[in-house]
Design a binder for this molecule. Sequence first.
Ligand code: THU
Length: 129
Amino acid sequence: MTDRKLIDVAMEAMFNSYSPYSRFKVGAAIECEDGEVFAGCNIENAAYGATMCAEAVAIASAVSGGKRDFKRIAVISEGGDYCYPCGNCRQLLNEFSPELEVLAARSDGRYVSYPLSALLPMAFGKEIL
Ligand code: THU
């Protein structure tokens, strides 16, 4: 799948975002090693701390579908800036695929790409335990 198509899948999920509190819609699409793609959007809650990030929802969906090896993730928001995964989501991604490529997109479709290891250097991972 092309980067563009993965971003499109993330954008489609973004439109389903439930974000009445922040009004900041986020979508994510994670591509597994075998090519399958799982999407997620942010899901907020009246108890704000119960909010789920789009990336977390996408990972949860993929892992629930039996996948644990990921190649790329695309993240997009409605904002004008590139949407990078938050620190907690970087950690969630690192658990499964420290070599992941992260596409951070903005609403006009432009994007930048970084290895997860650049966004989460000296990560705490399972190899330490
Ligand atoms: N959000 C995400 O979905 N992913 C991130 O990586 C950053 C933040 C969501 C959570 C909340 O619903 C909204 O963006 C504002 O923080």
